[in-house]
Each structure stands twice: as structure tokens, then as C-alpha cells.
Design a protein around this ligand. Structure first.
Ligand SMILES: *[C@@H]1O[C@H](CO)[C@@H](O)[C@H](O)[C@H]1NC(C)=O
Ligand SMILES: *[C@@H]1O[C@H](CO)[C@@H](O)[C@H](O)[C@H]1NC(C)=O
Ligand SMILES: *[C@@H]1O[C@H](CO)[C@@H](O)[C@H](O)[C@H]1NC(C)=O
Ligand SMILES: *[C@@H]1O[C@H](CO)[C@@H](O)[C@H](O)[C@H]1NC(C)=O
Length: 261
């Protein structure tokens, strides 16, 4: 073997050496366009890293995804050199409590599947396996949590399985489910407000009726003190009859009466 070939072999071997890590220039993110259910209360649809790991060694490696609570990404970053990283935080117990590791790893696809034309896999839904129970299954994320994602290039046969990694995604906030108790509360609050409005309106209506009755009573009293003849009749003290040949003055009898009082 000539020195040039030896150098080439060494160059190929050194990057694959133990403890080596490569951070590729790629940040995971949500699917670009608004697919229905791109983000739900416990799942998220990510874009897949196309040809992102092609400059690294290990063509037969797989691409994996780590999903972590945003507060726990440092737990993964510390754990990732552990040779049992792939099973260190099994999905079923990953988010069991605040003292859990709060991240889990799941396989996305073979590296070659993420660099084909046309792309074989554009999107990856985190949480698509629901309430699953195997170590690396792709289960629901904690409802309403804020999570971050990172793609990994994994050689599961290696004692140092993580060969390369992307950067962490930005925070992804999953939707909070509306608490049924909260909905009941808001309904109760609304009907309480309606009861108050109804009461106020009733009192106002009552006052209005009282006012109307008072006005009617006053009007009747006023009417009693003044001798007004029949309602609707025109009350004229004195007028001339329209008999042109023999005009005479007509005196209204009710006014004659009044004059004597
Ligand atoms: C890469 O590995 C080195 C040494 O093992 C470590 O100090 C460094 O934090 C690692 N980088 C990342 C991004 O994990
Ligand atoms: C891979 O390497 C080529 C050539 O060095 C470079 O142009 C390209 O940007 C690299 N791709 C990634 C994803 O790092
Ligand atoms: C995690 O996300 C929540 C909600 O966006 C935020 O309030 C909190 O500060 C974040 N925590 C960390 C450690 O980034
Ligand atoms: C890997 O993690 C296990 C479980 O936490 C621990 O017992 C072991 O010491 C760790 N190994 C290294 C090299 O940190």
C-alpha cells in the first residue's frame, strides 16, 4: 500500500472514530405549509432532513429523531455520549415525571431514504404511534408541552451510536386541550351574568310600572278636581249657533254650574 492510499484510508477511518461527533448545518422545523394537524395537542409534523447527512461517513446509518421537553435538551446533550443512549430513556417512561429524562429517540428512516429524487419521505409526524409501549416507538408527546427536536445520524451497531447530529429546533408549543371544567366555569359565569342582567331588567321594569301607576293615579286625582265632561267631547264655554237668520247665544250648562261654585 503506497503512502497516498494509506492516507486516504486513514482519512476515511478517522471521522468514524469513537467519540467523534459532527453537527451538521441543519435546524429541524415544522412542515412548511399548514397541513391539517401540523401541530396538535400531542403530535407535530416535521420536515425531514433531505441529504443533510450526506457529507458524513456511514452511508448505511439510520436517521433518528430525538424529541425533548424544551427544559430537558441539556439532559440529552449530556447523555448522548453514553453507549446505551438509544435505550437510556425508553418512550413509556420518558415523560413519566419531572425527574424522568424527558426525551425519547425514535427511528425516522434509512439515510439513503432521505436523499432520493423525488424525495421518498417529505414529512415525519412525531407521535404517530400514539400510546405505544416499546423503547423507541414514536409515541404521543406530552399534551400541551413545549418541545424541541433534533435529527441524529445513528449507527446502532457502534458503541458510540450517534455519529452526527443536527441543531435543536426552535421551541414548538403543542396545543393545550380545553379543560372541560374550565368550559363549565365559563358557562356558569355567563349564566350568572345573565341572572344579574335579568334581575336588573326586572327591577327597572318594576320601577317603570310603579311610575306608570303613579302617573295614572295622579292623572285621575287631577281629573277629579276638575269637572271635565265626557271624555272625548269638545268643551267650549260659549258659542253662537250657526243659524244665520236667527243667531242666538248658547250657554254651556256645565259652565253655568261652574260659575255658581
Ligand atoms: C462533541 O464531542 C465533544 C467531545 O466528546 C464534546 O465536548 C462536545 O460537547 C460535543 N459536541 C456536541 C455538539 O455535542
Ligand atoms: C457537503 O459538502 C459539500 C462539498 O464540500 C458542500 O458544498 C455542502 O454544502 C455540504 N453539505 C452539507 C449538508 O454540509
Ligand atoms: C419552555 O417553553 C416555555 C413555554 O414557551 C417557556 O415559558 C420556558 O421558558 C421554556 N423553558 C426553557 C428552559 O426554554
Ligand atoms: C450510561 O447510562 C447508564 C444509565 O444511566 C449509567 O449507568 C452509565 O454509567 C452511563 N455510562 C456512561 C459512560 O456515562
Amino acid at each position: 500500500m503506497d503512502p497516498a492510499s494509506l492516507a486516504l484510508v486513514l482519512c476515511l477511518l478517522v471521522p468514524a472514530g469513537e467519540g467523534q461527533n459532527v453537527t451538521v448545518d441543519y435546524t429541524p422545523g415544522l412542515a412548511a405549509y399548514d397541513l391539517a394537524g401540523r401541530v396538535t395537542s400531542d403530535t407535530a409534523v416535521l420536515q425531514t432532513p433531505q441529504c443533510v447527512f450526506d457529507n458524513t461517513s456511514c452511508p448505511l446509518c439510520d436517521v433518528w429523531l430525538v424529541s425533548a421537553l424544551n427544559a430537558s435538551i441539556s439532559t440529552f446533550d449530556t447523555d448522548q455520549t453514553n453507549s446505551s443512549i438509544l435505550t437510556l430513556s425508553p418512550y413509556p417512561s420518558a415523560f413519566a415525571s419531572s425527574s424522568s429524562r424527558n426525551y425519547f429517540l425514535t427511528r425516522v428512516a434509512g439515510r439513503a431514504d432521505l436523499c432520493s429524487q423525488p424525495p421518498a419521505l417529505n414529512f415525519f409526524q412525531v407521535g404517530s404511534e400514539g400510546s405505544c409501549s416499546t423503547t423507541n416507538c414514536n409515541g404521543f408527546l406530552p399534551v400541551g408541552s413545549t418541545v424541541r427536536f433534533k435529527y441524529l445520524l445513528v449507527d446502532s451497531m457502534d458503541s458510540s451510536p450517534i455519529r452526527a447530529e443536527s441543531r435543536w429546533s426552535d421551541d414548538v408549543s403543542l396545543y393545550s386541550l380545553k379543560d372541560p371544567a374550565a368550559i363549565d366555569d365559563s358557562l356558569a359565569g355567563r349564566s350568572a351574568a345573565m341572572i344579574v342582567i335579568t334581575a336588573v331588567l326586572s327591577v327597572a321594569l318594576g320601577l317603570l310600572l310603579l311610575l306608570l301607576m303613579a302617573m295614572l293615579i295622579l292623572a285621575f286625582c287631577w281629573a277629579d278636581r276638575k269637572p271635565v265632561p265626557v271624555v272625548g267631547s269638545l268643551r267650549v264655554p260659549q258659542y253662537s249657533t250657526h243659524n244665520l237668520k236667527n243667531p242666538e247665544v248658547h250657554v254651556n250648562p256645565s259652565y253655568e254650574q261652574e260659575g255658581k261654585n
